[in-house]
Ligand binder design. Structure first.
Ligand code: ZN
Length: 220
């Protein structure tokens, strides 16, 4: 077996069966014939859509954190809070562990994933591999299961419905931003960062095929 052949192999994550990796038609995936687990998806030809969605998600994330989520009006006493404000309130109520968990699951990990994804997507889309490429992809795979914006959104909605009987609930900008963010994160999470590895592996070949842009002009 030569080096090129060994590079084309892929192991099933569930049953360790080894297969030869072949190019797939667009929007298709390869499954293990033994256990049915997903082996890999086809390489997306165009990264524009996922780049735009990730950037939009990052901007929406900033809006969701900067503005209040809801305003509560009970007997003329109004109060509103941002997500950070709610975490600070949890901390001051001696619920430090819950505060740290909420901070990590709704702010730190989703932010890390979006920033890291943009850090690798933008350069790969432009045609080069950024420094720390492999480490960043591994970091994305690590933080992805811990981002729980959709769980938070569900919790907020259930709480708001229950609060309706005791106070007037006025939705604020961040509530809509979190709603939009939940949908965008669902699109971002559907993108498999492992396909960037395949795209990055093809980059030197693609570059070699392109004509050299810089040329030396001869003085006449
Ligand atoms: Zn398998």
């Amino acid at each position: 077996m030569n080096v090129n052949e060994s590079e084309e192999l892929i192991a099933c994550h569930e049953c360790d069966a080894l297969f030869k990796k072949r190019a797939l038609p667009e929007h298709s995936s390869a499954n293990c014939p033994r256990c049915g687990a997903l082996l890999y998806r086809s390489i997306p030809r165009n990264l524009d859509r996922i780049c735009a969605t990730t950037l939009a998600a990052l901007i929406t994330f900033v809006i969701a954190q900067a503005f209040p989520i809801v305003e509560l009006d009970a007997n003329g006493i109004t109060s509103q809070t941002t997500l950070i404000g709610a975490i600070v309130a949890l901390w001051s109520e001696q619920m430090e562990i819950v505060a740290v968990l909420v901070f990590c699951a709704t702010i730190l990990f989703p932010l890390c994933e979006l920033v890291a994804l943009l850090y690798v997507l933008m350069p790969v889309r432009a045609g080069y591999v950024p420094p720390g490429f492999h480490l960043t992809l591994r970091a994305i795979q690590f933080v992805r299961p811990w981002g729980m914006i959709e769980v938070f959104m569900l919790g907020v909605l259930v709480t708001l419905v229950k609060m309706l009987s005791v106070a007037r609930v006025i939705p604020e900008a961040a509530l809509f931003a979190f709603g939009a963010l939940t949908l965008m994160v669902a699109v971002v999470v559907s993108f498999d960062p492992r396909s960037l590895w395949d795209i990055a592996a093809q980059l030197p070949k693609r570059r070699a095929r392109r004509p050299v842009a810089t040329s030396v002009r001869q003085k006449s």
